[in-house]
Write a protein that binds this ligand. Structure first.
Ligand SMILES: Nc1ncnc2c1ncn2[C@@H]1O[C@H](COP(=O)(O)OP(=O)(O)OP(=O)(O)O)[C@@H](O)[C@H]1O
Length: 331
């Protein structure tokens, strides 16, 4: 697998695919101003699978639209392989395969034709475009719908077909805005494998937006956590999770209201976040074990339907860093 396109701009010795400094973008609607990106600094080295994780409205799409030269920053700079994207907004389209949040408009095109045509537009010969089309459709298990128009397949299959168009033509950088939204677990895994394969075999850089914690933990080399337009953390998922390593997450599902005068219930209720009768408590592992021992041998056990203890996830990191939104997904 080799990377094509734009060798002239690639061969200037830069290690970073993207280098972003002080990036700020405000959206204005009438009198209202939303600071969607607030002085963001990021470096994405070549050959990294880099993620942008954050809840709805954190500013992820605004960020990648600027990376792609589709939206002009109010302040700050973006370099792509050392070249100024703000001065040359046409450059990303030559070097980056971009999957936006909404699907392709050409709904009458059969899946295979859409993939092949995209390959041709990215400079592949007819023979090469057909070969890549067949390989990508097989890789994402899209063979069965290859001849059907994009407008007449399921939403998940259409999303997968759009991912296929992003993968064809071997661009050195892929930017994907929530590529796996609406996909079943098998297709989701196929996309993750396809992205990592391109990183491993061709040194492709991947920038992936997600609000799925499992996706972030499974596929990313590094992740920037975005909250209200700012980067609140940026590191490997492993190192970020080590920040909260001493803690575990205790989940309790109550069958009925737990006895409020039970001392363990009173203790846990102070730190619990609640969704109906489900309580989530983040606490040191030894305390969680002690709480569970008391709960399961005391009077509150009769009101308890289920419980689990989990090791920390990126969601716990996000919350411990002061993240407030509740719409990060876990599965
Ligand atoms: N065109 C626009 N006009 C006005 N406000 C906007 C516009 N686009 C985005 N915003 C606002 O800017 C903020 C960031 O939006 P953005 O779409 O970048 O977030 P996001 O993290 O991608 O969210 P999601 O996960 O829901 O896609 C939000 O408050 C949003 O309402």
């Amino acid at each position: 697998m080799t990377v094509r396109n734009g060798p002239d701009v690639l061969e200037n010795g830069r290690v970073c695919s993207f280098a972003v400094r002080g990036l700020t973008r405000r959206h204005r609607t009438g009198d209202r101003v939303v600071v969607a990106n607030d002085h963001i600094d990021l470096d994405v080295p070549r050959g990294e699978v880099f993620g942008i994780l954050g809840p709805n409205g954190a500013g992820k799409t605004t960020l990648v639209r600027q990376l792609m030269g589709l939206l002009r920053p109010d302040e700050g700079s973006i370099e792509l392989f050392g070249h100024d994207v703000v001065a040359r907004p046409d450059l990303p389209a030559r070097l980056v395969a971009y999957l936006g949040q909404s699907d392709l408009a050409l709904t009458d095109l059969p899946v295979a034709t859409a993939v092949e045509t995209t390959g041709r537009m990215r400079g592949l010969s007819k023979v090469a475009a057909r070969a890549e089309r067949d390989a990508v459709l097989a890789e994402l298990e899209l063979g069965e719908v290859a001849d059907r128009p994009l407008g007449r397949i399921s939403g998940g299959q259409r999303r997968l077909a759009c991912v296929a168009t992003t993968l064809v033509g071997a661009r050195p950088v892929l930017v994907l805005d929530e590529p796996t939204t609406g996909l079943d677990p098998r297709s989701r895994r196929a996309v993750w494998t396809a992205l990592r394969r391109r990183r491993d075999e061709a040194g492709v850089t991947v920038v992936l937006i997600t609000h799925n914690v499992l996706e972030a933990e499974t596929v990313l080399d590094r992740v920037a956590v975005l909250e209200a337009g700012r980067v609140i953390a940026c590191d490997t998922p492993g190192r970020l999770k080590a920040l909260v390593d001493a803690d575990v997450r205790l989940e309790l599902a109550w069958r009925e209201e737990p006895p409020p005068d039970d001392p363990t219930v009173r203790w846990l209720s102070q730190g619990a976040s609640r969704a109906g009768r489900r309580w989530t408590v983040r606490m040191p592992a030894d305390q969680a074990r002690e709480a569970l021992a008391m709960l399961t041998t005391g009077p509150a056990f009769a009101a308890l339907d289920d419980f689990s203890l989990a090791t920390p996830s990126l969601e716990d990191v996000y919350l411990s860093l002061g993240g407030t939104a509740r719409d990060l997904e876990r599965a």
